[in-house]
Design a protein around this ligand. Structure first.
Ligand code: SAM
Length: 404
């Protein structure tokens, strides 16, 4: 993961960020912005810190076990956890001002014990391991292991402004190294630790940060210029902007959500991207949906989900979530699918998507919907496996409305 130890000050920063997430329950993004704003860290050191924090959160239970520290004890015993982390990665221990000793013999005894517990080794909480086993059976172990890998950084070329080759070249001139991603036309993987959002290419709207799997989901919408497309759970518009580019700015693209602040954010991003055919609309009540009855050539339902396919990118969620959330989400997904599908016109396509790899949120939902809605027919579906793709995990299904 790293080939040299963290400096004492970076180690202290890691402990403080972890403490904010684990003791105060703050989201990881917020903890980063609190800690990094005002500090003049060089981009590579900031990248090292985020890599270490990410790695620790992906296998928090393992590092806690090895150091015999509880997550809520990080502010007091964080240095012992950091020592265990350095030992695990075979790095020299940082010379901290206040360091609580870690008995190395005990560490190595615990290491041997941990190797015999695959879920602990993979940084998986017990409830998630039970759920994954129940839903995916034998396929779970490789997904569980893949979910603790460091996520790759992907960007999507904004083809409204440039080609992928032009973007790669421009970024190279800005000291950002990228490689093309096979099978995803618009995607580049960023392989250098560069401050992407400070580049001129970003400011000019030539790219957006977006996982390659998410780009594949957006591509499955297959929107054409001139169509009428609705992205009904658009959030801040990761996929909306991709769809706008497919439409080459022609036709109508309606981005909807129940949260206005996300749509406001989307509008800003659309302006930078030159996505001129995007319109936003808040879903205030069921009337908003009814008014759009039988109107869409394409409807993307990127529904709220457990997010279990994107845990390597959002590892703090593993330690905040509980299994009780899933049934609530499954009900909401069912409701959205049933009620929002009214917006698809005859001959139009509904794309149901999640960033989960659990069948209960995916194919099971689609099957239950089709059993009750004969005016839709199944075309195809795909689960993007975290283990097989190296991307985040997603599901997408394409259904066609064949009658009113
Ligand atoms: C998976 S996220 C969407 C991510 C987004 N499509 C993207 O690519 O960046 C799901 C979104 O659904 C929204 N949402 C939650 N309940 C909803 C509802 N009843 N109707 C529409 N959207 C809803 C959430 O606010 C959230 O933005």
């Amino acid at each position: 993961m790293l080939n040299s130890p963290l400096s004492p000050s970076s180690t202290e920063l890691v402990i403080s960020i972890l403490d904010m997430v684990l003791s105060e329950g703050k989201p990881l993004d917020r903890a980063y912005s609190v800690h990094f704003s005002g500090l003049q860290l060089i981009p590579s050191e900031q990248a090292r810190i985020t890599k270490v924090v990410g790695d620790i959160l992906r296998r928090l239970n393992l590092y806690c076990f090895l150091s015999d520290v509880k997550p809520e004890e990080i502010s007091r015993l964080g240095s012992r956890l950091m020592n265990a982390w350095h030992l695990f990665h075979e790095l020299e221990l940082p010379k901290l001002q206040y360091s609580l000793p870690l008995a190395e013999a005990e560490y190595f005894a615990r290491l041997e014990e941990a190797k015999l517990q695959p879920a602990l080794w993979d940084g998986c909480p017990e409830w998630l391991d039970t759920m994954g086993q129940a839903q995916l059976g034998d396929a779970w172990a490789k997904e569980r292991a893949a979910l603790n890998a460091q996520p790759k950084r992907f960007i999507r070329t904004n083809i409204l402004k440039c080609t992928r080759e032009e973007l790669a070249k421009k970024l190279r001139n800005e000291q950002v190294q990228t490689v093309e991603v096979d099978g995803v036309d618009t995607a580049l993987e960023v392989v250098s630790d560069s401050a992407l959002f400070r580049t001129e290419s970003f400011k000019k709207g030539w790219f957006e940060q977006q996982d390659a799997g998410s780009q594949l989901v957006a591509a499955a919408v297959d929107a054409k210029p001139g169509m009428r497309v609705i992205d009904a759970c658009a959030g801040a518009g990761g996929k909306t902007l991709s769809i706008a580019a497919q439409m080459k700015g022609k036709g109508r693209l309606l981005a909807m959500d129940v949260e206005q602040w996300k749509l406001d954010n989307l509008k800003q991003r659309a302006r930078r991207a030159n996505a001129s055919n995007v319109e936003t609309r808040i879903i205030a009540s069921s009337k908003t949906i009814k008014r759009l009855k039988l109107s869409a050539d394409r409807l993307l339902l990127d529904v709220p989900c457990s997010g279990l396919g994107v845990l390597k990118r959002n590892p703090d969620a593993k330690w905040r979530d509980t299994p009780d959330r899933l049934p609530v989400l499954v009900e909401l997904q069912k409701h959205i699918l049933q009620s929002y599908s009214r917006m698809v016109k005859v001959g139009g396509i509904l794309i149901y998507a999640t960033c989960s790899i659990m069948p209960e949120e995916n194919r099971d939902q689609v099957d239950a919907f089709l059993a009750e809605n004969e005016h839709f027919t199944f075309l195809e579906d795909e689960t993007i496996s975290v283990a097989d793709s190296g991307f985040d995990g997603f599901y997408m299904a394409r259904l066609e409305r064949i009658a009113e």
